[in-house]
Write a protein that binds this ligand. Structure first.
Ligand SMILES: O=C(O)C1=C[C@@H](OP(=O)(O)O)[C@@H](O)[C@H](O)C1
Ligand SMILES: C=C(OP(=O)(O)O)C(=O)O
Length: 441
């Protein structure tokens, strides 16, 4: 069952003010990270729409994934999350009435409505206040055109009720998924169980987060779905029975970002064990992005080791594929020896908070010179001074503040507890990393 600490809403959770620890010298640490949010979410959804039982080894236990588990359970699936290392999912006929709390999880709000359409009965969705502002309309419209009956708040937002009819006809549908790749992933993950499967055609400005879409396609194929993604911006899922399976969840590589960044900031070395040789996770791009910023990555059987060289350089990069890395890279950019331009990130204004505005505001407050563009951030480093750092209920804003705090004493986060969205152990892991004495090699 979902534990209350992991699923607590922002309003039911006390803010946890936290002054980020400053590193006394180079940090040398091995940091074992929890499972990937994106893989855990997909594995749970696929397990619930498969024909047999599934297991998830090393899943992520955090607010987003516990809400996913609870949502599926509310619709009738048996989801056993009691064992930290092995979750067991037994699919059952999906049913309403049910009520799903999406929290602030994009994965829950975009992946579960298509599943709810398969339930026999109404399923209501709502979440944190900010969840009501995140883009949902293209998914609601697409499901409507696939024959699903949905009542949503004006403008196509949460709260909403999906009046599941026990089956979905499916077929071809166009969608503008430029605001989130999750709108497409959600349709695809449930589609093999639609009578006619689905053909999703994106029309509009580019869809962000290509690696996340590739993860959706690969994980669908791994449970036996026929998926054709050979035409750009078109994804077809054949109707068919999906097989339950045993999933090994990789460590969360996007969650690795602040820890690896710490190696650059302090001129130390941080190792993340279990870094996969090949992966669809967006966070794997950290190897290349952080080496452009001055780090030296080594991938070995020990995992990924990022070494700082003592220098942090600015970064000019299109982050549209890996936009969830933006907050940490922006924090690092504020400490760099040259300006940065983080481009292609307009859609992150619809993430947990408007991340472009939030980063511009908080980095400026600490003394950086930041120019905010509709879809980019320009960061010109200047000497920073500690002070208040608002986290906006956004785990990755907290990561950014922690990274700056390594070098700037007195960076006072308004709430580090928001990291429970994807890594409840973040404050403990961070403090342990910063306090580890340097080891001479
Ligand atoms: O499908 C997923 O697991 C995710 C897709 C991406 O969403 P967007 O395409 O909305 O950026 C990413 O930013 C998010 O953290 C996780
Ligand atoms: C954008 C993110 O989350 P979500 O899955 O809620 O969209 C994120 O984790 O950076």
């Amino acid at each position: 069952m979902a534990d209350s600490n992991s699923t607590a809403t922002r309003s039911s959770r006390q803010a946890q003010p936290w002054t980020a620890p400053t590193a006394a010298g180079p940090v040398t640490a091995t940091v074992r990270l929890p499972g990937s949010k994106s893989m855990t979410a997909r594995a749970l959804v696929l397990a619930a729409v498969s024909a047999g039982s599934s297991t998830l080894r090393a899943p992520l236990r955090a607010r987003d994934t516990m809400l996913m588990a609870a949502g599926l359970q509310a619709m009738g699936a048996t989801v056993s999350t009691g064992d930290d290392d092995l979750w067991v999912i037994r699919p059952q006929p999906l049913r309403g009435p049910a009520s799903v709390d999406v929290g602030l999880a994009g994965t829950v709000m975009r992946f579960l409505p298509p599943v709810a359409a398969l339930a026999d009965g109404p399923v209501t969705f709502d979440g944190d206040p900010r969840a009501r502002l995140r883009p949902m309309a293209p998914l609601i419209d697409a499901l409507g055109r696939l024959g699903v009956d949905i009542d949503a708040a004006p403008g196509g937002r949460l709260p909403m009720t999906v009046r599941g009819a026990g089956r979905v006809t499916g077929g071809e549908v166009t969608i503008d998924a430029s605001s989130s790749s999750q709108l497409v992933s959600g349709l695809l993950l449930a589609a093999a169980t639609f009578d006619r499967g689905v053909v999703v055609r994106h029309v509009g400005p580019p869809v962000p987060s290509a690696p996340h879409l590739e993860m959706t396609v690969q994980m669908l194929r791994a449970v036996g779905a026929g998926v054709d993604n050979s035409t750009p911006d078109v994804w077809a899922v054949q109707p068919g029975r999906l097989a339950g399976r045993a999933w090994d969840i990789e460590p969360d590589l996007s969650g690795a970002a602040p820890f690896l960044a710490a190696a650059l900031v302090t001129g130390g070395a941080v190792t993340v064990p279990g870094w996969p040789r090949t992966t669809t996770q967006a966070g794997d791009r950290l190897r290349e992005l952080l080496s452009e910023m001055g780090g030296e990555p080594t991938l070995s059987t020990e995992g990924l080791t990022m070494r700082g060289t003592g220098a942090v350089h600015g970064l000019d990069a299109d982050l549209s594929d890996v936009s969830e890395l933006t907050p940490v890279l922006a924090g690092l950019a504020a400490l760099a020896d040259s300006p940065s331009r983080l481009r292609g990130i307009g859609h992150i204004r619809g993430h947990e908070t408007d991340r472009i505005a939030a980063l511009a505001r908080e980095l400026t407050r600490l003394g950086a010179d930041v120019v905010e563009h509709p879809d980019a951030l320009e960061i010109r480093p200047r000497p920073l001074t500690g002070g208040a750092f608002e986290t906006y209920d956004d785990h990755r804003m907290a990561h950014a503040g922690a990274v700056i705090g390594l070098a700037v004493p007195g960076v006072a986060l308004s709430d580090v507890g928001c990291t429970s969205k994807t890594m409840p152990q973040f404050p403990a892991l961070w403090s342990a990393m910063v306090s580890q004495p340097e080891v001479e090699h």
